[in-house]
Ligand binder design. Sequence first.
Ligand code: SAM
Ligand code: SF4
Ligand code: SF4
Length: 339
Amino acid sequence: MMGNEKALLDRLKRPLKDLRISVTDQCNFRCTYCMPKEIFDKDYPFLEKTELLSFDEIIKVAERFVASGVTKLRITGGEPLMRKDLPDLIGKLNQLKGLEDLALTTNGVLLPRVAHELKKAGMDRVTVSLDSLNSDLFGRINGRGIGVKPVLEGMKAAHEAGLQVKVNMMVRKGVNEQEILPMAKYFKKTPYILRFIEFMDVGTTNGWNMKEVVTKEEILKTVQSELPLQHVPENYYGEVASRYQFADGENEIGIISSISDSFCSSCTRARLSADGKVYTCLFASNGTDIKTPLREGATDQELDTLISRIWENRTDRYSDERREGAATRKKIEMSYIGG
Ligand code: SAM
Ligand code: SF4
Ligand code: SF4
């Protein structure tokens, strides 16, 4: 597919290139750092069905974002595979002219059921989250006692279906940093690329504390203690993971260092929440409602004008501000906006 030449620039001259679409705020896990079960219990006010964007509405918003310069879409949540008939949505998104990349982030356990359908619908790749290879620990982290096996089976199903697989490991001090090396060793020998993510202060429910962050440098040091690495250049402008190849040439890892080495200056992402709000930063406090104009019959041109107004007014650089010690704001939850 041809790239889309048009690019909207925000106030810091960053182009709009990616859209992350959250298709549900529900999840079958209760990860302690994302949806702690004490808070996300049966009384939690999850979105009503009528509040969610329908597939047709998601497609329309995505279409206007692609027409505005977006070339990459990532489907996320909550757990996106909990949204019924997701492959139907993927099939339609895949037809958008100008789209170059269509990916999904998932906890993986539902992949065996849908991996083939996703591939057939045009999905290119999936990122599967896994924070430990130790089932007891992983079960505690995911809050549902779910072991490692169903997640590894999900990765395998995706790989066998022809999807490229990456693995996300969120690292939190005192919780799973001892798993860094076992994970690196294990995934080195697989067709999957492992990416470590620094524990972030998303939302307000995970009790984030800087002391619990295992930094990129610490992660590198741990991996390098047994597996020498070489830095490799980024694949494209705005890539969030720093890449390192194993010195023996077998596979590579990535590190997403939102905390210790922020990358706001090349952040090209917008986010669409499951209930139709557009956010210009993962750490935003407010979004712009695009569902209401959509439901009131806005024309394509009106939607395009709204999108350019949102992007052209964007000044977000929260992670840079955090490093400068200037970041304070009320934030939305990760499960709502998607990772
Ligand atoms: N449920 C799917 C999953 O877990 O992959 C998709 C949504 S989840 C919010 C997306 C990613 O965000 C996951 O890889 C998860 O580990 C990561 N994440 C959630 N909360 C985080 C936090 N506070 N810091 C760092 N990563 C986080
Ligand atoms: Fe669910 Fe993903 Fe959040 Fe875990 S990280 S609770 S799997 S949305
Ligand atoms: Fe982008 Fe906001 Fe993250 Fe900075 S803090 S990289 S602007 S999402």
